[in-house]
Write a protein that binds this ligand. Sequence first.
Ligand SMILES: [Zn+2]
Length: 452
Amino acid sequence: MGAKLCLAAKWAIPIVGEPIYDAVVVIDGTQIEGVYARAQFNTLYKAADIQRAEDYKEAVIVPGLINLHTHLDYSALRAFSTDLPFFQWIEELVGRSREWATDRFYQSALYGARLAAFTGASTIVDSSYSGQSAKALAEVGLRAVVGLELFGLADSEAEKNWNSWLERFENLHETEDPALRHSLDNDLITLTVAPHAPYTVCPTLWLKATTWAKKFNLPLMAHVAESTEESDWLAKESSVVRKFLAFALRENEDAEKLKPRWAGRGQSPIRHLKNYGLLDERLIAAHVVNADDEELRILAENNVKVAHCPRSNARLKNGLAPFLKMMEEDLDVGFGTDSLASTDDLSLLEEGQFALNAHRLNNKNCPLTARHMIECMTINAARALRMDHKIGSLQAGKQADLAIFALPPSPLTDTEKQALDPYNLLISGGARLKDLLVDGRFVVSEGKLMRR
Ligand SMILES: [Zn+2]
């Protein structure tokens, strides 16, 4: 046996299978070799096999968490407006950021990527207006799927808008930025397309994105059914969205852009996307707050994935998504924090804790548990990305993406501790990230970001 890295802790939560008390995770290079109870580990390995060993003691080892929806580009806008309704908020967001130079986007995204690493997220799914978040995520060393955002409401300009998007994408893809080049070449970062939302992308343009993503077998990300205003606009056209579009596009005249022919046709966002053939297994739909049972079934039939973002939806007063029904429909649902412009922090543990409490508050018979929440931020999110063969659980052969959380001090005896539910321990507050590994490499060590 060659030299290995061993990480020990009171608990390991492999996700697939039951939690292990007094656990050791063995890593060989970029991959997990095995997850063991200490006694079993002692029979299998000799001291000479171990190159480096860390014993975290009062801690939980979990797979690196997966944040299924962020916009790191806007991290500098943290807490910029916490009271506005959705379309006023988005107008403010556009107004504040649209004159930013490229480097401002990069610095903002770098700040966000660093914060994200400290939350124990090893994989970030980011929709990026500028594309700079890809560079920032590479600089920090995280795994990521970055969708370069796509906009364009006029059918007659779909070809032009697609070509200009493609040119921006190719420039980013052929980057000579050393960190991003390394991450792209080593399969740590995947670049793809993110059609922004049904109220900013016409079906003709969106279909080009869907077809392209299928050709290259890539996921694509979009905002779907996030607000009642979006639903109202698609169903009966409305002045709230029209006013926003006029502001965002700096356009007061062009009816094709402000009141396209397919808006106001009595359709919900999900039915609208279905009618134009835009739902498939590659689509990761963020939010999905306004969806009835039949629409959730449509998403399930088309194997669409969902990023549930309850804290952002709460902040922007968009409501609580039908998460329980999504689970009943067997949809692959993960958590997204959304950007720091609409949430307090990028922590998935906080997101999960909030979700659990929000759905319990909303439903006296809520069957959700801490375990469901942790599964959503690991294996379910990996499935949503169709990367569950690589990440999302602690299993032999998977990539060594791990987060180690120190638990708050406890007066309990070891026997009492052993009886606790480690999922609850992790999500109930006070867990603090110690170390984060991506592909077996320490991104955070002893609470400090490691330089590449
Ligand atoms: Zn978003």
